[in-house]
Ligand binder design. Structure first.
Ligand SMILES: *Cc1c(COP(=O)(O)O)cnc(C)c1O
Length: 362
């Protein structure tokens, strides 16, 4: 059996090319007589991989010089507490916009720490089907940051433009859309992503933090949870997940071959359009969850008229080589994750499958 089209939300599909390269180098990495995962994280061959990955992130994502690029453990979820721990000091506050489960979790962790945070906008009343408009909220100009999730993996909504913050640093959970479009760095204080959706395999977060925020503001933070210590040590304070970083590096080279984030953005727009067009031309047979102006290019969520039909859609899809289409339990229905590594052919096949299914299941 060959490769199938995998629409899982994460861990998610990876480019076949990089899997093949990793397979070919697995036992003997560049004539070293060992695998990259067996070598010391202080060795020259590993350091080359590590530093190449950082410099590719810098060049492809156009990261300005006044930011650190860090590889941190504990996935994206550890950032939910590291951010308030490091960035909110005694007597200080931060603002959050709640657009779904992942921001909810981040809000909860900040509160566990006893931090004084304000949820200034939320789309909860309509089951997170949209991104709140800037006219609906006011950012506290004394906030240490404004926290958003740029793409809401579960509900299928995405910011088309980051909020204008007038100098308040933006903190962005970009776990499910990092490297899928170029960003405007003007207001960004920190942008981070768990690696398993758009950057590689699971187990790590890429954190890009402005240097002036990367300071030891609070004294009671365990060493491993301090941004400053990881920045001082080039993310080699302790043993990093070396094999994950190796695969992230291969993935970034692949991204470069696709024209970088600008090139992949065009491809992603084309891919998502194939599926949204079927939804919009289905006369209500497929009902998109997200409001049109908040639609995600990475996670496309929709419902059919009954649970039974949705189950049949996902099951028969599997038989046609389209897997991972079942939606998250909080939205139900169907979710197709179309991250950078999903080939155009996968989306073409899904769009055709949707048309055929509709015809055969009126
Ligand atoms: C998947 C995801 C997370 C959680 O990632 P983990 O690495 O499992 O902690 C956080 N935020 C968003 C937006 C996600 O999509």
């Amino acid at each position: 059996m060959g490769r199938i089209f995998n629409f899982y939300s994460g861990p998610a599909t990876l480019p076949e090319e990089i899997l093949k390269q990793a397979a070919s180098e697995l036992i003997d990495y560049k004539n070293s007589g060992m695998s990259i995962m067996e070598t010391s994280h202080r060795s020259k061959i590993y350091e080359e991989v590590h530093n190449e990955a950082i410099s590719l992130i810098r060049s492809l994502f156009k990261v300005p010089d006044n930011y650190n690029v860090l590889f941190l453990q504990g996935g994206a979820s550890s950032q939910f507490f590291m951010i308030p721990m490091n960035l909110i000091g005694e007597g200080e506050t931060a603002d959050y916009i709640n657009t779904g489960e992942w921001t909810n979790k981040a809000i909860k962790e900040a509160k566990i720490l006893g931090k004084n945070i304000n949820v200034i906008a939320s789309s909860e009343s309509t089951n997170f089907d949209r991104i709140p408009k800037e006219s609906e909220y006011k950012i506290n100009n004394k906030a240490q940051y404004l926290y958003i999730a740029s793409n809401n993996t579960i509900f299928g909504t995405e910011y088309k433009k980051y909020p204008e913050t007038n100098g308040v640093p933006l903190v962005i959970d970009a776990s499910s859309d990092i490297f899928s479009y170029p960003v405007d760095w003007k207001n960004i204080g920190l942008i981070y992503a768990g690696t398993q959706k758009n950057a590689g395999p699971s187990g790590m977060a890429i954190v890009i933090i402005r240097k002036d925020l990367c300071v030891d503001k609070n004294k009671n933070i365990p060493t491993m949870l301090r941004y400053a210590i990881h920045a001082e040590n080039n993310s080699l304070f302790n043993t990093p997940p070396t094999f994950t970083i190796y695969l992230v590096n291969l993935n970034l080279k692949w991204l470069k071959s696709k024209g970088g984030v600008e090139g992949i953005q065009k491809i992603n727009q084309e891919k998502a359009k194939l599926i949204y067009d079927v939804i919009d031309n289905s006369e209500g047979y497929y009902k998109g969850h997200a409001q049109k102006d908040s639609r995600s290019l990475m996670n496309i969520t929709f419902n059919l008229k009954s649970k039974e039909l949705e189950e049949k859609f996902a099951k028969e899809g599997e038989k046609s080589g389209l897997i991972g289409l079942k939606g998250h339990r909080s939205v139900g229905g169907i979710r197709a994750s179309t991250y950078n590594a999903m080939p155009v052919e996968g989306c073409e096949k899904l769009a055709q499958y949707m048309k055929d299914f509709m015809k055969n299941n009126k």
